[in-house]
Design a protein around this ligand. Structure first.
Ligand SMILES: [Zn+2]
Length: 296
């Protein structure tokens, strides 16, 4: 792999446009995406969707401050081909997995729509802040993409005008996914008390047009730094403040202790049924597929 790819991918960067009361995040995943996907044997449409979900997780999780703050995104359906899609973000670490009906998926062809995959589904987005504050919003999985559902989350649950663009590719150059998020915060970062979301503020309209001009190729171009992307979009602004980027990693927090605690909650006869011939309970982590052999 060329060195430029390692330099500019698997990073998340924040920026603000003080003159417009706007902030943004930009992210590109490459090696980390391959790492997450390598733990699973997913067909292309699922890999594509999980890539987008991980990008969204990083974009939204990257809005939080602190080592212990976490963002979890969970898409769930009843009777959909995809029954569950989970990803989370904490301090630069991303992870995710997907449960789906492989046979029904195979009948859909190469590029199934969001509606075909999820049927009647919803998306739950949960933020847990450094100070253990937790807030969650649930939106229906409508529209064309997970990104669109996340935009709806911000406008409905947080009253924050938000534009999100996600791009992904698979091919000779490898798999990559990238995204851009911009938001308008006219009342400041802590202004959570707004009653109505105002999408037609002139500053926001301008920022949304500029941000919306980003192309998929630009987002995915590993030779283009995240700083360069931001500069391309907003160089006409009076001021663009770019934050120090965060290196991203595939992070899983599974542990034998965690699974032992869960198993201990089951009644003794159910625990007995879980044990194999050697008296061991074998559990595999849904996120990273790591196997744990527990003598519980
Ligand atoms: Zn794990």
């Amino acid at each position: 792999m060329a060195e430029t790819i390692e330099t500019y991918s698997d990073r998340l960067m924040g920026f603000t446009l003080p003159g417009r009361n706007a902030r943004g995040r930009v992210v590109r995943l490459e090696g980390v995406l391959e790492q997450v996907l390598s733990a699973h044997d997913y067909p292309p449409p699922i890999m594509h969707m999980l890539g987008e979900a991980l990008v969204l997780g990083a974009l939204m999780g990257g809005l939080l401050k602190g080592e212990h703050a976490q963002m979890t995104m969970q898409a769930q359906t009843t009777g959909g081909i995809v029954s569950l899609l989970v990803c989370d973000y904490r301090a630069g670490a991303v992870r995710g997995y997907c449960d789906f009906d492989g046979e029904r998926l195979a009948r859909l062809g190469a590029n199934p729509s969001l509606a075909a995959l999820f049927g009647e589904g919803y998306l739950a987005i949960t933020f847990e802040t450094e100070g253990n504050q937790r807030y969650q919003g649930i939106v229906p999985l409508e529209g064309d993409s997970l990104a669109e559902a996340c935009e709806v989350y911000f406008s409905q649950s947080e009253q924050i005008p938000t534009l999100i663009r996600v791009a992904s590719r698979a091919g000779a150059k490898g798999r990559a996914a990238a995204g851009l998020l911009v938001q308008h915060l006219p009342d400041g970062e802590e202004g959570r008390e707004r009653l109505h979301v105002r999408m037609d503020h002139p500053d926001w309209e301008h920022v949304a047009v500029m941000a919306g001009s980003i192309s998929h190729d630009e987002l995915l171009d590993a030779g283009l730094s995240l700083e360069a992307i931001t500069w391309r979009l907003f160089h006409e602004e009076d001021e663009v403040r770019v934050q120090t980027g965060t290196d991203l990693s595939r992070g899983c927090r599974c542990s034998a202790e965690h699974y032992a605690t869960i198993i201990a909650r089951f009644p003794p006869e159910e625990q007995a049924a879980m044990r194999n011939q050697d008296g061991i309970v074998v559990v595999d982590c849904a996120f990273c597929s790591k196997l744990f052999e527990l003598a519980v």
